[in-house]
Write a protein that binds this ligand. Structure first.
Ligand SMILES: [Zn+2]
Length: 167
């Protein structure tokens, strides 16, 4: 038994080493998977690019269609059918583009709000700054002179404009 202990320790140490290496390999693999998983946004922009291209070609097709009708190459019925078909697909493409961007819209708004230092909820319109009722309150009751909003005494006649605060 006495002779077996060192062997046991060596075996345990070897096991620990193997486990460490396994853990290291696993975390490296995870790191790589992470960098490989990143292009999910690239996939989105690829899909978006494809949709934008389709939208462009649909717009061109609609123009061609109109030109052909004007040139008398298309009957009104044919034109109406194709026109409706292209427009329907164009609407679908626009809708898909919209859905594609929807998850990013909230994110973008939050970023914009953070960048402008405006903590307001996303999409909230910045409240119009109310016109301060300075003119009325700062006008001297005696001579009518307009003083600075924080003035205590009228700059013309010296009349006290506001009650003494505190003290
Ligand atoms: Zn005054």
């Amino acid at each position: 038994m006495q002779n077996l202990l060192p062997t046991l320790f060596i075996a345990l140490a070897a096991l620990a080493l193997v486990l460490t290496l396994l853990w290291l390999w696993q975390s490296l693999r995870l790191a790589f998977v992470h960098t490989l998983a990143a292009p999910s946004t690239a996939a989105v922009s690829q899909e978006r690019a494809a949709l934008l291209a389709e939208k462009q070609s649909l717009l061109l097709a609609l123009k061609d269609l109109e030109a052909e009708r004007e040139a008398g190459k298309l009957s009104v019925a044919d034109f109406n059918g194709l026109n409706a078909q292209y427009r329907k697909r164009a609407r679908e493409v626009l809708h898909e583009l919209d859905t594609l961007l929807a998850p990013h819209r909230g994110e973008a708004k939050a970023l914009l709000a953070a960048a402008s230092g405006n903590p307001a909820a996303p999409g909230a319109v910045a409240p119009a700054v109310p016109e301060p009722a300075v003119a009325a309150s700062a006008a001297c009751a005696d001579c009518g002179t307009h003083n600075d909003p924080d003035a205590v005494f009228c700059k013309k006649c010296g009349k006290r404009l506001r009650a003494e605060s505190g003290a």
